[in-house]
Write a protein that binds this ligand. Structure first.
Ligand code: SF4
Length: 326
């Protein structure tokens, strides 16, 4: 296996009143080098928990199973790494950008200083730091970087702050960038610009990216591969184009039909029926069965395993073949 990161059978349990809740259940996918993987699902699907496990932001003991193999198997399991190793990985080999840049930026330091600090910690000689800060701000699309590096985060607009956070993330020269709903808080035009920026950075620098989003349009725009999550499990995964053109899971199909612009500008939108199952009240059998138009008796009792359904594609549906073109 030559994935940069292999998520293998990841299980996350969180404490809850009346016993623990399994919020992520045997989630498996890999992120090849220089590839963007979109992790998509409604709230409660486990997508953010999965990303937080990768970056090491979950409370101790929350991950109860699986492996996060870094740079190939058997390689290094991030779940077994020492706290010092995790800290070194975070911000350098693996960097993260969040929905809310203010949570990641220090309000009391100028943007230039914050980016410079990461470069210094990464061992850049002092004499090179200013030039590299300017390069990074420019790469993140911040105009007049020599002037803007002296600004504080509160002096930036929402879109500019997101660009500053991207510059900060790139400062450690990461191999993997985790982006959790990076454009959700922005207006539509700024969203499109930030997505274009992320895509061009990913392509030019050969970065791998894990893009977490509830918005299929965002994933369709940027991701090479998509992982669709439902109620803590993977419903389907595969190349984005193939999954969007012919979803192999009724849940992915419902997602695609709820956003017709993903496939055609003329089709009508069909909102997703019913309410999402959550890990705390996951129905037995296939968790999607109460909302599924194809559900049959078997679906109520027998959980469908994720299985290969076409080259490079996996789906957790007993009847996936019925959805695929023959
Ligand atoms: Fe629908 Fe059954 Fe497939 Fe689940 S296993 S998605 S209920 S057809």
């Amino acid at each position: 296996v030559d994935g940069l990161l292999e998520v293998d059978g990841l299980v996350i349990d969180l404490p809850a009143a009346g016993g623990g809740v399994r919020v992520v259940d045997r989630v498996t996918f890999d992120i090849p080098p220089a590839t963007t993987v979109g992790l998509i699902g409604e709230s409660g699907s486990g997508k953010t928990m999965t990303a937080n496990a990768v970056i090491g932001l979950l409370p101790d003991g929350a991950v109860t199973g699986g492996h996060l193999r870094w740079r190939g198997s058997p390689g290094e399991d991030l779940l077994q790494a020492s706290p010092a190793r995790r800290r070194r990985l975070r911000g350098h080999e693996i960097a993260m950008i969040f929905q809310d840049p203010l949570a990641a930026l220090n309000p009391t330091q100028t943007i230039g200083r914050q980016v410079g600090e990461i470069l210094r910690r990464a061992g850049r000689p002092r004499a090179e730091v200013r030039g590299r800060v300017l390069e990074l701000l420019e790469r993140a699309g911040i105009p007049e970087p020599a002037a803007r590096m002296r600004s504080y985060p509160h002096e930036f607009s929402g879109g500019m702050r997101q660009r500053a956070m991207i510059a900060l993330a790139l400062a450690g020269s990461p191999a993997l960038l985790l982006a959790d709903e990076p454009t959700t808080a922005l207006d539509v035009t700024v969203q499109a610009r930030i997505l274009r920026l992320l895509r061009s950075i990913q392509e030019e620098q050969g970065l791998a990216m894990l893009l977490v989003s509830h918005d299929l349009r965002v994933v369709a725009h940027v991701a090479h591969q998509v992982v669709v999550m439902y109620a803590g499990r993977v419903a389907e995964r595969g190349p984005t184009g193939a999954v969007l053109a012919a979803p192999a899971h009724p849940y992915s199909r419902a997602l695609v039909e709820s956003v017709p612009a993903v496939r055609s500008r003329t089709a009508l939108a069909h909102p997703l029926p019913g309410t999402p199952a959550t890990p705390a009240n996951r129905p037995p059998g296939c968790a999607f069965h109460p909302r599924c138009p194809l559900a049959r008796e078997r679906c109520r009792t027998e959980e469908p395993p994720a299985r290969p359904v076409a080259p490079g594609r996996w789906a957790a549906c007993h009847f996936a073949e019925e959805l695929l073109p023959r």
